[in-house]
Design a protein around this ligand. Sequence first.
Ligand code: ADP
Ligand code: XUL
Length: 534
Amino acid sequence: MAENCRGYFLGFDFSTQQLKALAVDESLKVVLEEYVKFDTDLPEFKTYGGVHIHDNKVTITSPTAMWIKALDLLLDKMKKSGFDFSKVVALSGDGQQHGSVYWKKGARNKLTSLSPDKPLYDQLKDEFSIPESPIWMDASTTRQCREVEAAVGGAMRLAEITGSRGFERFTGIQIRKIYQTKQEAYENTERISLVSSFAASLLIGDYAPIDFSDGSGMNLLDIRTKSWSAEVLEACAPDLASKLGEPVPSHQVIGNISSYMVSRYHFSPDCKVVAFTGDNPASLAGLAARQGDIIVSLGSSDVIFLWLPSATPGLTGHILVNPLDPESYMGLICFKNSSLTREKIRDLYAEGSWEKFEQLLKAAPKGNHGNIGIYFDTAEVQPVVMGTFRFNENDEQVERFSNESEVRAVLESQFMARLVYARKCGLQIGPDARVIATGGASVNKAILQVIADIFNSSVYVTDVPNSAALGGCYRAKHAWQGLDTPFTDVVKNHPDPVCVASHTPGVEKIYDLLQARYEKLEEMIAANYENKIV
Ligand code: ADP
Ligand code: XUL
């Protein structure tokens, strides 16, 4: 079937700060790139970085309807640019992980009977029992984490079932909080989607199933049986199974494009829609990653992930079902204070310019004269701590560094932390490992050099930094070609990543010492901080 295909494969990325679309032809040549930035293109929703930070600083949400308006806007932009929707033979996509959408009773009727004369937003904006979706940055649910862990016999048991101990941003934990604090809204909820399956629902015009891989970020899916764990569902909220629908493999065709999309944008009625997944699983596909590669994704969050042949969950990090092969797994660890924290330092000390930021970075020596700065603008994942902490070479707390030291400090502390926690998950990054960087900040070579020095390895990039949206195109192509075709054949024209930064010989002496101090200082901060975040 694929042999004679003259079509396009389309990928959507519903990420934290923007909605992106990418299309490739059969030879994987990019034929379209378009995006909508939530803060600037949709200012009426008053988001910063795509999110609403509530007064308590730990509750973080995004307006669900904003994502719908963003899709209207994006499709209109694509139409204006002359994109030929009728050539799309298959599409897929992804969403930021963990975020949840609450469709109210009766919403399915609206979703399945959309009028092509009106934007989606006009018809669906009021169809949610909870208008603000809790997202991955939320840290307001520590209590619910402990409750669910206790109900199933402890943190390690929850990790053994679901691939992760209780984490604040994980969807089941968030659903429990909604059940406890907004019971009426919970009961008025017909369906709970992840951001990914919500986005797919808008394209098929019906509720789309949750896929195994993104479903693994909920603390609800048994990652071995690939079904909801009745025990954990029970621990989170009543009647949950009926609100979630049955999970499906990430490569499953979940339907054809909706008649709404056919009428309004002239998609072919035969266009297949493949299950949407999480942004990090989608990136694994978009990078055509091999077993042994270590991916460092530098977007709104910094995430380290890799392909795993088997699952051995622990108390740090997460194990997800692999989006490309449901018999394999994916290891992942996420950090919240990432691009937006780097941007804040850029704005405060480098006149808002990445160029100046790079100049300042080069002006401070590797190791930063022993200065260590820890910048947690939002409660971090590990440790769950918020605040800014600066230490001089004698571990004395100080108020301020020079501008160049602030810039170097934010990068060095962020990437030392990435390595410390990756090691706690059992990850060894040998000097021969292929560390592949992706995401918005992977265009910054100076940042990649800091990673190469701290990780003691070479850092590679591919020329499409948006690997998540590209992953949607590749996954769509895979399903289209037929799953008997190995994924490696589907992506055989994917450009090989190129090495852009190598470890500076001798620098490990500096970072071994600095990292040992970092770990101690972070432990001390966390110990003093305990119980301050509720
Ligand atoms: P998302 O999580 O929304 O998909 P992206 O992967 O698109 O995010 O990354 C967006 C981030 O990329 C921005 O917040 C910005 O800080 C960062 N970024 C963009 N250009 C640069 C640059 N030249 N240097 C460092 N960071 C950059
Ligand atoms: C991963 C995580 C983030 C989001 C947003 O666990 O929380 O990476 O997927 O990118």
